[in-house]
Design a protein around this ligand. Structure first.
Ligand SMILES: Nc1nc2c(ncn2[C@@H]2O[C@H](COP(=O)(O)OP(=O)(O)OP(=O)(O)O)[C@@H](O)[C@H]2O)c(=O)[nH]1
Ligand SMILES: [Mg+2]
Length: 182
């Protein structure tokens, strides 16, 4: 069985826990608790350590999905989760421009620590005031179309959409190793 460890990261309320719950074929292990700080204004519960779910593809491949906490006081969990990851998806809520700067910070954090394939997943694009992908890309500092990662629209509440995003990430992973091994 080939296992790909995928980290699902992104700002608070971006949809990390939802994405994993939507697609996992086992009951998700999550660590949701009542939100105590600024997250409480946004939602009632928040992830405090990690989410874990699994998706089996065909007979011999399985995606292990690790969701990070959104609040920055749990940043140390990122270090633990990304250390063994094969690839990651950064979720960005397209309707919360006030979170874009945090997304940019997360990208820098990840890129300083790991060189692994990744995609950007834009969530909440169905919400009023959602920004266009091109504008979010610029806000995240990903202006160069030639070098930037794929930017995918994903609705974390819909399994077809989540599946497409994960397929895009697995393809990115496959291309990465195809290119680096010649
Ligand atoms: N309309 C819409 N709602 C979404 C989308 N993605 C996620 N949601 C909703 O956003 C809310 C927050 O999602 P969570 O999965 O708790 O977010 P999270 O990233 O795990 O949040 P933290 O653990 O607090 O960082 C939930 O009510 C989801 O149903 C989307 O693409 N569109
Ligand atoms: Mg969560």
């Amino acid at each position: 069985m080939e296992i790909l460890r995928i980290v699902v990261t992104g700002g608070m309320g971006a949809g990390k826990t939802t994405l994993i719950r939507t697609i996992s074929d086992i009951e998700v292990v999550d660590t949701e608790q009542k939100a105590t700080d600024e997250v409480g204004l946004l939602k009632k519960t928040t992830t405090v350590a990690l989410d874990f779910g699994r998706l089996t593809i065909g007979l011999n491949q399985s995606l292990h999905l690790y969701g990070t906490p959104g609040q920055s006081r749990f940043d140390y969990m990122w270090e633990i989760l990304i250390a063994k990851a094969h690839a990651y998806i950064l979720l960005v809520a397209a309707h919360r421009p006030q979170h874009f700067r945090y997304g940019r910070k997360q990208l820098n954090f990840m890129n300083q620590r790991v060189q692994i394939p990744y995609v950007i997943g834009l969530t909440h694009t169905d919400c009023p005031d959602a920004w266009e992908a091109q504008d979010v890309a610029i806000a995240l500092g990903l202006d160069d179309e030639k070098t930037r990662p794929p930017i995918i629209t994903v609705n974390a509440t819909e399994s077809t959409s989540v599946k497409q995003a994960l397929i895009a990430l697995v393809e990115e992973f496959a291309n990465y190793y195809h290119n680096t091994t010649g």
